[in-house]
Design a protein around this ligand. Structure first.
Ligand code: NAD
Length: 368
């Protein structure tokens, strides 16, 4: 028996990190688990010339077949060019739950005074909200028509030279992500779920999300439920991160708050993530393709390796997951073979491959 998993190498600095994450996962599986057979694909800016699209159909088909993928980051050009491949993939596979654990590993430098107590999980709705990319361009006939329609309904005045983005939050989408968050909390023995919105201003859209959370929380009396406005949460979580456990948020707030939380635990180099649907799951770091680092082999592989840990747990390879997480934690705590972003002295930092070599050695050490 073996696992068949799609591996999307990404673009920019993606392939450099993906290569190392694959080595680490393969090594952990060697120690205890069923071998992984990878189906490896490129996607993103580098394949457009050859394939005519940044996300070829055969890549999506592979994920649909295998049900699981590990993915490197993919660049989304600003303003023009193709739309986000990441958003498209999540929508096409209906990966509605974005799960981003935010846990502090000893040894990482951070500005927080007592980071040891940070162990929270962000659960972000992944398919709706402003982030769905439903937009109307300035000056377009449809946009003008929409503006006139909105004004005819007495919903307020919009300047004619406006571009418009649509924020749609459904009862269905809210219910399934909030249900997922409470069930996640139960499965993982978490104590509280905090729903985060701006429902005091966006009474219908964010209000629907908040009221749905209140309703669903009644089915889970053993989990403490809180609601927090997103602006107040941002301040509070920086001051008292230890007060938070599971957070559930609509798409856009989830995106922003996950980067904020990555900052609490040492930055994007150490923040893992997963996109989960009813049929498929795609595991990827929170960070992007950091194109300015392409070819430098300097970036931290930890975020994607820890995404691999989440993937191993998802496929029930718990021993391999544990050994891999412990090996990463040990290398990070030792601090001798770590990349520039978490090194105590950046002039002594090592590169992506050297840090992974140290993790591989640690896996060997832990397995004897
Ligand atoms: P980014 O996450 O790529 O990089 C921002 C900065 O964070 C980098 O300059 C670097 O200093 C640091 N950083 C990121 N990853 C790191 C790592 N592994 N180790 C150490 N430091 C790291 O964000 P960006 O520059 O805003 O985005 C670049 C591109 O990636 C954009 O096109 C964006 O749309 C895309 N993106 C893709 C994904 C994804 O594929 N899921 C996610 C976010 C952004």
């Amino acid at each position: 028996m073996s696992h068949k998993i799609t591996l999307i190498r990404g673009d920019g600095s993606g392939p450099e990190i993906v290569e190392q994450a694959k080595r680490a996962i393969d090594k952990a599986i060697e120690v205890g688990g069923e071998k992984i057979r990878w189906e490896i694909f490129d996607a993103g800016a580098d394949v457009v010339a050859k394939e005519g699209t940044p996300l070829p159909t055969h890549v999506i088909d592979s994920v649909k077949r295998n049900k699981i993928a590990l993915k490197g980051p993919i660049t989304t050009p600003l303003g023009k060019g193709f739309r986000s491949v990441n958003v498209k993939l999540r929508k096409q596979l209906d990966l509605y739950a974005c799960v981003r654990p935010c846990k502090y590993y000893k040894g990482i430098k951070t500005r927080i005074s007592e980071p040891e107590n940070i162990d929270l999980v962000i659960i972000r709705e992944n398919t709706e909200d402003l982030y769905a990319g439903i937009e109307f361009e300035k000056g377009n006939a449809d946009t003008i028509e929409l503006i006139k329609f909105i004004e005819s309904k007495d919903k307020g005045k919009i300047r004619e030279d406006s571009a418009i983005g649509l924020k749609a939050i459904s009862g269905f989408g809210s219910k399934r992500i909030i249900k997922y968050a409470f069930e996640y909390a139960e499965r993982n023995k978490r104590k509280s779920v905090t729903a985060v919105t701006k429902s005091n201003i966006m009474k219908f859209s964010d209000g629907l999300f908040m009221h749905t959370a209140e309703e669903i929380s009644k089915n889970h009396p053993e989990i403490k439920f809180k609601h927090k406005l997103v602006d107040s949460l941002c301040m509070d979580i920086v001051q008292f991160p230890e007060n938070y456990d599971v957070l559930v948020l609509p798409n856009l707030y989830g995106d922003i708050v996950s980067d904020l939380c990555a900052g609490l635990i040492g930055g994007l180099g150490v923040a893992p993530g997963a996109n989960i649907g009813d049929d498929c799951a795609v595991f990827e770091a929170v960070h992007g393709s950091a194109p300015e680092f392409k070819g430098t082999y300097r970036l931290n592989p930890t975020a994607l390796i820890l995404s691999g840990v989440l993937m191993l747990r998802y496929i029930k390879e718990n021993d391999a997951a544990e050994i891999l997480e412990n090996a990463v934690a040990k290398v990070v705590e030792d601090g001798k073979y770590v990349t520039f972003d978490i090194a105590k002295n950046p002039t002594e930092a090592v590169g992506t491959k050297e840090m992974t070599d140290a993790i591989l050695k640690e896996i060997e050490h832990l397995s004897v």
